[in-house]
Structures are given as C-alpha cells and as structure tokens.
Design a binder for this molecule. Sequence first.
Ligand code: GUN
Length: 287
Amino acid sequence: MGARLIDGARIAQQLQAQLREQLATRLTPAGIVPGLTVLLVGENPASRIYVRRKIKACGEVGIRSNLIELPDTVAEARLLDEIERLNTDAAVDGILVQLPLPKHISVAKVQHAIRPEKDVDAFHPRNVGALVTGEPALEPCTPLGCLRLLEQESVAIQGRHAVIVGRSNIVGKPMALLLLQRSATVTICHSKTPDLGAITRQGDILVAAVGVPRLIKGSMVKPGAAVLDVGINRLPDGTLCGDVDFAEAREVAGLITPVPGGVGPMTIAMLLHNTVLAALRAHGAAR
Ligand code: GUN
C-alpha cells in the first residue's frame, strides 16, 4: 500500500489565505503594512527563481516587498552598508539575503549584520541562541514549515524518534532543536555516518536535508514513517528530485512529501508568517 501524500502546496496556500485574512482584518485597520526586503547578489539561476517566488507570494497576501539586486562583484562593505540602511528603515520589517553568496562575501558577517528583530530567516546568532534555549524569537522558515506539515497531518511528535539526515545551519540543526523542544527523541545523521540505513530505519519521522539526489531508498525507511523531503536537486536531464527516492519510499512510508510541491512552498509560507510576526512585534502588537 502506498503512503499518503502530504500536499505542501495546498497547505501553504491555506496558510497564505489565513495570513491574507489576518492582514485585512487586523493589520491594515491598525495601519500596519508589513514590509520585506530581499537582497539578491549575483546571477545564480536557482536563487533567482526562489526570490521571484518569495516576492510573488508577498504580493498575494498583501505584504509590501522590495527586491534589491546587486552584482556578484559587489564589495562586502557595500552589502553590509545596504543592510545597515535597511536595519534603520522603519518601513522594513524583514530583511532576507538570499544564499548562496559569492565567495568573497562572508556569510557570517552578513548574518551578524541583520538586526535580529528583522531577521526573518532567523540565521542571526541571537536567534539561533534563542532556539537553543527555547526563548521566543523568529524561527527558521524551512524547519518551521516541516513542523507545520507534521502538525497539519496530525503526526505525533512527543516521544517519537525523529531522524534527520543533514546537519546544515539552515535545516538540519534547527530542525533537530524544534523537534527536541516538542519532546521527540532526535538523531542527526550526515555524510560521515556509517550504515545510514540502520539509523534512518528507526525514524518514526524522517527528515532528509542532505542535498544528495535520491539518497534515501525505500529499504532505509521505517514502515509507516512520516517522511519529509527537504532536498531540491536538479538532475542532468533538468528534472527536479528530492533527497528521497520517492518511488521506492512511498511504498514503505505512511506519509511522504513530494518534490516539488512538498516542503518548498511551506518555506515561503513561513517566510511570510515571520514577516508578519516581525511587523506585529515592531508595532508592539504581537500576541
Ligand atoms: N538559500 C536556500 N535556502 C535559503 C533560505 O532559507 N534563506 C536564504 N536566505 N537563502 C536560502
């Protein structure tokens, strides 16, 4: 029997409809118009597509958005100056610098430069620290989106074994922390983990975020598991695939996200959520 598909695109649309409603009924009447500025450095084609989607989604829910494009030769100091200008601009609630950045620019310096209250990616060390200690702060979009999918599909987290494949700062590590906060038993695996399948087969919840096309075979999935595939890999023939071998894994899993149309749209929905939250907090109006 095949797994049930988790329709991330539909769930993201529902979240965006809720945000649009919240803006119309609560923020607009209070004179609050959330604003997001996206900085895009260089010509990376995938980044261009992602940024276009983010800007379009802002328009759909009523968030004011602004795209600043800089050439890949831009000096690091110029980018940092731009961030500082946005930090002090009251019309800007959220700042996002699309990754990856050219090699001559320090990602860490950029992440430190964004004011934590406007850091809708939640990559600033203060926001990362808050995630570790469980203090309220902005939380990173992709792991937050994964969590929403589990909640939406009524997947129990407490006491379950969550196995995460990938240890990135963007997904693997914060995903582990969010699941730990919800009382899962968490294991993080990575490219140096021997006998990966022996561990992934224990996962009631399996999150693949490692960037290796179809690494997770059906034999590596626990029967009935909830499988979240964060990978977006482009194959030589131009098609997209995840880090999970979807055709095999769906025969074993209980629930599974497709690629595309699974986790990806949720990342964008949570970016909008974070921008609205940042705007509410800036106006002292957050719950
Ligand atoms: N590049 C790939 N994923 C992300 C993300 O979540 N945020 C940013 N800023 N860049 C990315």
